[in-house]
Write a protein that binds this ligand. Structure first.
Ligand code: UD1
Length: 434
């Protein structure tokens, strides 16, 4: 538990200055850890962020029979905002096929073990996941895809139970929607299936490309990586590898919004502009300056930005994970913004918290209209998920007075050392115990 305390005199009154470091992507590292299950032997995953979810995924892999060691360099500077770790996973020939509720409920991404377990063990029993409170997050596409690959799948006693009576066999699949999780599970099942699998309308997020790249390094045959159609030629066996996690575009984007909301000059080391094209484009059009550097990019904001509309979409569209930050920025921008959430329907729970800070907004279904005000006003608020929590902290940077963001453990799940990194670049942000 715990809270973050943010003290400010309003936007642009205490500009941020300095360098922040972006480490490996949470949403990639967790899937790469699950992918290691596909090959017996020792896999090494580098550039893993120092967050609780990685430890929970490590525990889950241990439960399945792996030996897992997670190390972070001792000399790492916590205030740098990112500590890159190394995960070593020794995968046995015989895996346990049961992923229990006690662990799965702590981590939505644990559903990513479903595909690998089905492929390796011919059966899997994975508790229905928990994770962030941001919508229904169905599994129908995961399940339909596995059925088409030859699995028999049922939901019983809160578990997804899959059995493969005659082995996985390649098939032609398509997804209703480019779901990140379904793409990952189906690719990880198909790489060890007999024959060819074609999956249409797959997700194309950089984290999916990272996963497919690691699978190819392990000996998988995947064509069409980074396009909407993947063609996978099943192989009999994969081998363990060493792989470095792609940097976290959502963390990089969060720092861009931090500079846009508070004002200032930030160097974002490790940020990849190409992964944030649509986001950076909108910020530049509204008055921010963004310059590439040798090792990332820098962002400069010295005046109130103009409002811009946002509609979230699968990559390369505007990321749903950055939508709360866009809403927090719109709350103090000049003009009115229409924010449309197309990916996770319940993400607007955040809007109610932002309104507690004095934002002038109305929501209707999956649309929100935000009229910018010159400054917000500090208040106690609650972080309901990782991104909403971090966005409330940034809202606090534009709020006169003290903002207390409760349930800050959500923020720690996605951002290593967020309070410390913000303080290191000049914000008045600190942690309070409960
Ligand atoms: C992942 C990310 C999350 C990000 C999201 C979209 C992880 C751990 N989480 O979540 O941070 O916001 O991608 O970029 O990587 N859906 C169904 N049926 C399915 C699968 C999905 O209805 O079988 C729906 C979900 O309820 C949701 C939408 O599709 O409304 C998007 O889900 P998906 O792309 O699968 O996101 P996740 O993998 O859960």
């Amino acid at each position: 538990m715990g809270s973050f305390r943010v003290v400010s005199e309003g936007p642009l009154t205490r500009p941020l200055a300095g360098t922040v470091y972006v480490g490996g992507a949470k949403n990639s590292a967790l899937k790469l850890m699950a992918a290691s299950l596909l090959a017996p032997g020792r896999s090494l995953i580098r550039n893993v962020p120092d967050i609780l979810d990685v430890a929970v995924m490590g525990q889950l892999l241990r439960q399945l029979g792996c030996e897992v060691e997670i190390t972070y360099p001792v000399e790492a500077e916590p205030t740098a905002g990112s500590t890159s770790g190394l995960v070593t996973i020794d995968v046995p020939e015989q895996l346990d096929h049961k992923a229990p509720y006690e662990l799965v409920r702590r981590l939505r991404a644990s559903i990513a073990v479903l595909g690998p377990l089905v492929a390796r063990c011919g059966r899997a029993s994975v508790a229905l996941p928990g994770g962030d409170a941001i919508g229904s997050r169905g599994l129908d596409m995961h399940i339909r895809g596995l059925l088409e690959l030859g699995a028999v799948v049922r939901i019983e006693h809160g578990q997804v139970v899959a059995e493969v009576p005659h082995g996985l066999v390649g098939a032609n699949l398509w997804l209703d929607f480019p779901s990140v999780g379904a793409t990952e599970n189906l690719v990880m099942a198909a790489v060890l299936a007999t024959g060819t699998t074609v999956i249409d309308n797959v997700a194309r997020e950089p984290e999916i490309i990272d996963l497919c790249t690691m699978l190819v390094e392990m000996g998988a045959s995947i064509d069409g990586i980074s396009t909407s159609t993947l063609v996978i030629e099943g192989v009999e066996r994969l081998h363990p590898v060493e792989h470095s996690t792609v940097t976290d575009r959502i963390v990089a984007g969060t720092w861009v919004f931090a500079a846009a909301i508070a004002g200032g000059d930030l160097n974002i080391e490790g940020g990849i502009t190409h992964h944030l094209d649509i986001v950076l484009d909108k910020l530049v059009s509204s008055g921010a300056e963004i310059d590439p550097t040798e090792t990332g990019f820098s962002v400069h904001t010295h005046q109130r930005l103009a409002s811009f509309d946002v509609a979230t979409l699968p990559y390369p569209g505007f990321p749903t994970d950055l939508q709360p930050f866009a809403m927090a920025l719109a709350a103090v921008s000049a003009g009115t913004a229409m924010i449309t959430e197309n990916v996770f329907e319940a993400r607007f729970m955040f809007a109610q918290e932002l309104a507690r800070l004095g934002a002038d907004l109305r929501t209707d279904g999956h649309h929100a209209v935000v009229r910018g005000v010159p400054m917000l006003s500090g208040a106690p608020v609650v972080a309901h998920d990782i991104r909403a929590g971090a966005a409330l902290v940034l809202g606090g940077l534009a709020a006169q007075g003290t903002t207390l963001v409760a349930k800050s453990q959500h923020i720690d799940r996605g951002y290593p050392w967020f309070a410390e990194a913000l303080a290191a670049v000049g914000a008045d942000v600190s942690r309070l115990p409960d």
